[in-house]
Structures are given as structure tokens and as C-alpha cells.
Write a protein that binds this ligand. Structure first.
Ligand SMILES: Cc1cc2nc3c(=O)[nH]c(=O)nc-3n(C[C@H](O)[C@H](O)[C@H](O)COP(=O)(O)O)c2cc1C
Length: 359
């Protein structure tokens, strides 16, 4: 009897199965507005127990990459309505991932008047793709003032309300992979000397205030968070107090009682593994739902669920390349390989045209 393919509860929601489609940026939202092509893409994958959308900015300042969607304008809310309707009409559930890129951005990717901002003036190493001028070095971000912090928190709260207006079942705060929320948590990117920097209590303050604001806006049953302890993506080096910091976070998240923690482990993509002890810490300290992700196939998913390591399993690349992943995994059919060359390119190629098995 499979756990993976059986129904389950996520807070007040009933999910068709224990398999979550992990958030994946796909850069198909021309002008940062969700469109009919995106509707088709998500509808194709609606057999997942839960879909978590691509990273979506709560603010014009957070649109770091070209063609990523936002959820701050009426046109964006309208566009996302089409997506949530399409997924719901096929029996699926869908959360929106709120991603503010912070310093992982370039002015050329932002709308007029927006600004690359972060906790401290520390540029990420490496380069950033722009549609107009190709690869450009990461800029030195503007240091967020107390006023910027307040405004950004209010933008998250408004984005959460907009998500509900757009028909989402909930939101996931992207506090992983080197984006704004993680930039506050980690000491290399947060060198502030005010109440938002220094000790972990201070470095966690921004993310906890964002959580309080979104919970205030839409309720704790609609709010999850993604974290990447030991993650190094986007120039976020390992440091000595990592485990202690993420232990503190797990405790604080439990106090807030939000719906879930979603842990990233990118060792299948060449990153350092997340120690089992760290995953167990989140499991033990956080009493609501735990989602694990990274490099899962059906067998490992079933085995981690059976061992009680987590409640749900999130899968990225296999869902990207296999709209009918559930059928393929259930029947042991061969799976399509993802085409990396079309991960972030505009248009349907490598997006909505992956082959499905004959029905
Ligand atoms: C094309 C692509 C885009 C991604 N974009 C995001 C994103 O927007 N937000 C996020 O939290 N993770 C993002 N990820 C990471 C995935 O959610 C997931 O953690 C990763 O692919 C590992 O899981 P997998 O081995 O099942 O693919 C992305 C991954 C890929 C391949």
C-alpha cells in the first residue's frame, strides 16, 4: 500500500497524494504577467497533490530575473486567476511562492523606478542574465533603510492578500537559495549593526516580521516557508553557526504555528548535503507539516515517507519534464529527461511540449 499516492491533509486542505511539485522559475511571464501558456503548463501538472508555483515577486524591487511573474499589480492578479482556475478545475491545489530576489538581480531586469536592494551593500559574485545586454556582473545592492524594511514587509502582506484574491490555496515564503529573506538570515550578506543584524535573533527578525505580517493578512493555515540550511547557491558560503541558526529558526517557526516548513537539499545538483541531523531537528522542533525535496525518485520518496522523516515530498525536475509524472512513477514507465537549455527560455518549447504517455 503506497503512502506516496494516497490522499493526505495539509492543514485544512485535502491533497490527492503526497507528491508536491517544487517551485521552479521558468521565465515565461512576459512583462511579469502570468499568461495562457503558464495556465497550460500548470494545468498539465495538476495531478500533483500540491503545486508550488515558480518564485513570484511581491514587489517591483524583487523582480531580479527577466520574465519572472509578480503578484503586486491588478493585471498579475488577473493572470494568476486563470492559472488557479485551471488547476482547481482539474482537482489540484496550488500555492504561490513569494520570491523577492534582493541582491540577486540587475537594474536591467527591473521595471522603471524599482531598485536592487538588500540588507547590506555586498554584491554576489558572478553574473546575472539580462534580456537586453546578456550577462552582467551582479550589482552592489542599495542598503535597505528602516523605511525600506517596513515597506517591503507591507508588500509581502499585500502580496499574500493578492494571492488569496487570485484564488491560491496558500503562499510559500521563499527563504532559501540566497534570495532576500535568506540574505537577512546569513551573516555574509547581513552585516547590519541595527536590530536586523548581528545575532541570529536579529538576523531572523526580518523573516519573522514578514511571517507575522502575512499570517496577519491571510492566516497561518495558508502560509508555508522554504528554507535551505547548508545551502550555498547564489554565493552563500557555509559558516560555523549554521546549525544553531537554523535550530533557532525551526523553534521560532513552530511558535508561529505556520502551515509547513519546506527544506531544500541540493546535493543532487552538486551542493553540500544537508546533514540528516539538521532535517531531524526541523522534524522534531516543528510540529506541523514538513516537506523534504531534492533528488527524489518514487522509491526514495516512499521510503522517507514510510520512515516518518517528513509528511510530503517535493519534486522539481521530474515534474518539469513529465506532466504525467504520477502515472509514470505509478506504472514504472520511463521518464523524460529535463532539457536544461530550455529551462528559462521564452515560449512553449521545453515548457508545455514534453511528451505524455498515451491515455
Ligand atoms: C529550472 C529550475 C528553476 C527553479 N526555480 C526555483 C524557484 O523559483 N524557487 C525555489 O525555491 N526553487 C527553485 N528551484 C529548485 C527546485 O525547487 C528544487 O529544489 C530542485 O530542482 C531540486 O529538486 P529536484 O532534484 O527534484 O529537481 C528550481 C529548480 C530548477 C531546475
Amino acid at each position: 500500500m503506497s503512502i506516496l499516492y494516497s490522499k493526505t491533509a495539509l492543514g485544512p486542505l485535502t491533497l490527492q497524494n503526497h507528491l508536491v511539485m517544487a517551485p521552479m522559475t521558468r521565465c515565461r511571464a512576459n512583462d511579469n504577467i502570468p499568461n495562457a501558456l503558464m495556465m497550460e503548463y500548470y494545468a498539465q501538472r495538476s495531478k500533483a497533490g500540491l503545486i508550488i508555483t515558480e518564485g513570484t515577486s511581491p514587489s517591483p524591487n524583487g523582480l531580479g530575473y527577466p520574465r519572472i511573474p509578480g503578484i503586486f499589480s491588478p493585471a498579475q492578479i488577473e493572470g494568476w486567476k486563470g492559472v488557479t482556475d485551471a488547476v482547481h478545475s482539474k482537482g489540484g491545489k496550488i500555492f504561490i511562492q513569494l520570491m523577492h530576489c534582493g541582491r540577486i538581480a540587475h537594474e536591467l531586469n527591473l521595471p522603471a523606478g524599482a531598485c536592487v536592494m538588500a540588507p547590506s551593500a555586498v554584491a554576489a559574485s558572478g553574473e546575472m542574465y539580462t534580456d537586453t545586454e546578456g550577462m552582467k556582473p551582479h550589482p552592489v545592492p542599495k542598503v535597505m533603510t528602516g523605511e525600506d524594511i517596513k515597506t517591503t514587509i507591507a508588500e509581502y502582506a499585500q502580496a499574500a492578500k493578492n494571492a488569496v484574491a487570485a484564488g491560491f490555496d496558500g503562499i510559500e515564503l521563499h527563504s532559501a537559495n540566497g534570495y532576500l529573506l535568506e540574505q537577512f538570515i546569513r551573516p555574509n550578506t547581513n552585516q547590519r549593526i541595527d536590530g536586523y543584524g548581528g545575532t541570529i535573533e536579529n538576523r531572523a527578525r526580518f523573516v519573522l516580521e514578514v511571517i507575522d505580517a502575512v499570517i496577519g493578512a491571510i492566516g497561518k493555515d495558508m502560509v508555508g516557508i522554504r528554507l535551505s540550511p547548508y545551502g550555498v547557491f547564489n554565493d552563500m558560503p557555509l559558516y560555523d553557526k549554521m546549525e544553531a541558526d537554523y535550530t533557532y529558526l525551526a523553534q521560532q517557526l513552530n511558535v508561529r504555528g505556520l502551515l509547513y516548513i519546506h527544506l531544500v537539499d541540493h546535493s543532487a545538483m552538486g551542493a553540500p548535503p544537508v546533514p540528516d541531523a539538521m532535517k531531524a531537528t526541523s522534524r522534531n522542533l516543528f510540529k506541523r507539516t514538513l516537506i523534504l525535496s531534492g533528488g527524489y525518485d518514487a522509491e526514495r520518496a516512499e521510503s522517507d515517507l514510510a520512515a516518518g522523516k517528513c509528511d510530503l515530498i517535493a519534486v522539481g525536475r521530474p515534474f518539469l519534464a513529465n506532466p504525467d509524472l504520477l502515472t509514470r512513477w505509478k506504472t514504472g514507465a520511463v521518464v523524460n529527461a529535463p532539457d536544461m537549455d530550455t529551462f528559462y527560455t521564452p515560449g512553449p518549447k521545453g515548457y508545455t511540449d514534453y511528451p505524455v504517455l498515451n491515455k
